[in-house]
Design a protein around this ligand. Structure first.
Ligand code: FAD
Ligand code: EPU
Length: 341
């Protein structure tokens, strides 16, 4: 166990904070030992630190999940069930599946972070969410030390949501995740610029790898690489509003970028709202709004977490005043920040 340990290499915003206590675990026994020996104060489970904003030193125990391993646990004529340790790097796992010609995760290529964090917010991109290929997960119950299995229904997945962010918050440590992948490709090319990217390369019958490469190219064209510019991806969720509120917004802003979810709900592109409030590329000291993607906040170097949190509050207030829409932060604020502002 380390003490007063720098977390700067362990969060993609690159915020320079310290953990009072820090340990890694690569199996359940090591996890149990760390919990038994560690202080009984605040606990934080860390994967790749790509969806967190530290606003101050963490006055407790940070446990980094390094449970590795990938195995096929079941196979049918059409599907393969692949289990991965929670500490596997997400993109490496996706590439492994693509190399075996297993279909389902290719649209989720290049998302930073760990396998274990992927169900936390039901990660999604380019028309796919992990709930679409999720089978089950195992999780360590912190209070009892028991391992429980959760199926898809029990995880209560939603848009950037799961039961682990709500009713079971801070109660479980995910130790492995099993995905049901297809042996016969069923490719999703309709979202965003995927088809355009394939057309530009003259690809008519894409392979699983072609989809992955198209997604990677699109992502690299607009999302900043955390190794170069600190960030945590989309800082806010795309707000979902009811149809009558949407009609009012549409009357005032006919070009608003949106997606009709059903008869009652519409999802607005938060990036459009931020850009059209004049905040794309806006800079506040050492942090700002990314120039190519307004939903991403960036650390230009040396920024404190509190400064980025303050910037996000300014954005929430501006969007509220201009469009009457409340943005919700998607990134986890550590320590947790209960109020929306
Ligand atoms: P961390 O940031 O380490 O943790 C996130 C939360 O999960 C914390 O609350 C943590 O305590 C908890 N947690 C982590 N591991 C466990 C575990 N094993 N058990 C219990 N709790 C755990 N996300 C998307 O959905 N789609 C995208 O397209 C996308 N693009 C991104 C692009 C960039 C450039 C970046 C930097 C981020 C992006 N993200 C995206 C966000 C991020 O990659 C995902 O949320 C990812 O799943 C976070 O994984 P992590 O291991 O880094 O989690
Ligand atoms: N837009 C703008 N200006 C901007 C950015 C976006 O006008 O600066 C508008 C455009 O109309 C664009 C639309 O917003 O067509 C959607 O933009 P984009 O395709 O870049 O996706 P997003 O809605 O901004 C979401 C996810 C991303 C995911 C992409 C691709 C959320 C909160 N974000 O972003 O996830 O990679 O779609 O599927 O849902 C993340 O969660 O960290 C993340 C990066």
């Amino acid at each position: 166990m380390e003490h007063n340990y720098s977390l700067q290499p362990f969060n993609t915003f690159g915020i320079d904070v310290k953990a009072k206590h820090f340990a890694s675990f690569s199996n359940i026994t090591e996890l149990q030992t760390a919990l038994n020996e560690g202080p009984k104060e605040a606990l934080l489970i860390l994967g790749g630190g790509s969806n967190m904003l530290f606003t101050k030193d963490f006055d407790g125990l940070v446990l980094r999940n390094e449970i590795k391993g990938t195995s096929v646990v079941k196979e049918t004529d059409s599907q393969v069930f692949v289990k991965a340790g929670a500490g596997e790097v997400w993109h490496t796992f996706v590439q492994h599946c693509i190399a075996q010609n297993w279909c389902g995760l290719e649209n989720l290529s290049l998302i930073p972070g760990s396998v274990g964090a992927s169900p936390m917010q039901n990660i999604g991109a380019y028309g796919v969410e992990i709930k679409d290929v999720f089978h089950e997960l195992s999780a360590f119950h912190i209070e009892s030390g028991a391992i429980h299995t959760f199926n898809k229904t029990q995880c209560q997945f939603g848009y950037r949501e799961s039961v682990f962010k709500r009713a079971l918050k801070n109660q479980y440590i995910i130790t492995d995740v099993t995905f049901a992948l297809a042996k016969n490709p069923d490719l999703k090319t309709s979202y965003g610029a995927i088809q355009q990217e394939l057309d530009a390369k003259g690809i008519q019958n894409p392979s699983i790898r072609d989809i992955s490469e198209a997604v990677i190219a699109i992502r690299q064209s607009k999302l900043p690489d955390p190794a170069v510019l600190g960030n945590a991806g989309s800082f806010f969720k795309n707000p979902v509003i009811d149809s009558s509120s949407f009609k009012v917004i549409l009357a005032n802003f006919p070009n608003v970028s949106h997606y009709v979810l059903n008869d009652n709900e519409v999802k607005l592109a938060a990036g459009w709202l931020i850009e059209n409030a004049g905040l794309k590329g806006y800079r506040q000291g050492t942090c700002g709004v990314h120039e190519k993607q307004a939903l991403v906040l960036v650390n230009y170097g040396g920024s404190k977490g509190q400064q980025i949190l303050d910037l996000s509050t300014h954005i929430i207030q501006t969007i509220q005043a201009q469009f009457g829409v409340t943005l919700e932060r998607e990134v986890n604020i550590i320590p947790s920040h209960e109020s929306i502002l």
